[in-house]
Design a protein around this ligand. Structure first.
Ligand code: HSE
Length: 292
């Protein structure tokens, strides 16, 4: 038995949609699975960390945890892993690996998990649903975790947008980027943040990308605190705007930044921005509408 699991990258927050909004992007983690007598993991990407034994591998650990949760044994197999999602850069590499592990257990143990089951399991492991929801469903997804841990979500209709990502040559852990955030907000700040986020989502749905872009850049929840951790934060926003980007925000917890640009303009804007950011990887990416 042989199958492949393909999991897209993702960008979370989209500015004011902190821990709630996210979008799937066309970079991928691919896991080829071949059932065999013993476990074996082959790492085919320079972006992935090498581990001493398969039992230390994150995808294996997630798969084992899920299998055990359902009282099943994981059958042995060989995993050949390919990825073009850089680690600790704000492009959802951890969410993608979590879902690869969940899908591996799902298939090897015939768990017949629904998409909602996968969302709940992945959110439990990740701590927030904003990367895992779009990775599962594709496109842009807004989710809300209720106090009793149930999750509601909404997949936006297709957006007429492309993106440009600016990936600096440094890592920033989500933990470090969360440690600079305040624990609470005043009512005035919370009200402003909620209004900005609501308006951003409404304008994305209605196709008013100029208004959406403006709201994207008004976040109150996290960008003001994280800006100093992100190299070239202001310069990237300004230069991208001069080239016609609707809005530019921190991708997830950073340090990557992402611009939302008119459909078809990604490559042109990316090559202009690459001139300004010689030590960056600058990529024109499109929205992955398919998900897992
Ligand atoms: N919403 C999360 C954050 C995404 O901004 O910390 C990173 O996992």
């Amino acid at each position: 038995n042989k199958f492949t699991i393909a999991v897209p990258a993702s960008t979370a927050n989209i500015g004011p949609g902190f821990d709630s909004a996210g979008m799937a992007l066309n970079k991928y983690l691919n896991v080829q699975v071949i059932e065999q007598e013993t476990w074996e993991i082959e790492n085919h990407s320079p972006l992935l960390p090498s581990v001493a034994t398969y039992t230390d591998h994150f995808i294996y650990k997630v798969a084992k945890q899920i299998a055990e949760k359902y009282g099943k044994m994981l059958r042995a197999c060989k995993l050949a892993i390919y990825s073009d999602i850089p680690l600790a850069r704000g492009l959802g590499s951890s969410a993608s690996a979590v879902l690869a592990g969940i899908e591996l257990a799902n298939q090897l143990c015939s768990l017949s998990l629904t998409l909602e089951d996968k969302l709940k399991l992945a959110t439990e492991i990740e701590g927030h649903p904003d990367n895992v929801a779009p990775v599962i469903f594709g496109g842009m997804v807004i989710s809300a975790v209720m106090s009793h841990q149930s999750i509601h979500y909404f997949q936006l209709p297709n957006l007429d947008l492309d993106t440009v990502v600016y990936i600096p040559n440094i890592e920033l852990s989500t933990e470090a980027a969360r440690s600079v955030l305040p624990n609470s907000f005043s009512r005035d700040d919370a009200t402003a943040a909620s209004g900005i986020s609501n308006l951003m989502i409404a304008s994305l749905i209605s196709g008013d990308y100029n208004l959406a872009g403006k709201m994207m850049e008004q976040d109150v929840f996290h960008e003001p605190y994280r800006a100093e951790l992100i190299p070239n934060y202001q310069m990237i926003k300004q230069e991208a705007k001069s080239q016609g980007a609707y809005g530019t925000v921190i991708s997830g917890a950073g340090p990557t930044m992402i611009s939302f640009v008119p459909r078809g303009q990604g490559t042109k804007i990316a090559s202009f921005m690459k001139e300004k950011l010689s030590d960056y990887e600058v990529d024109a990416l499109v929205i992955d509408q398919t998900g897992l």
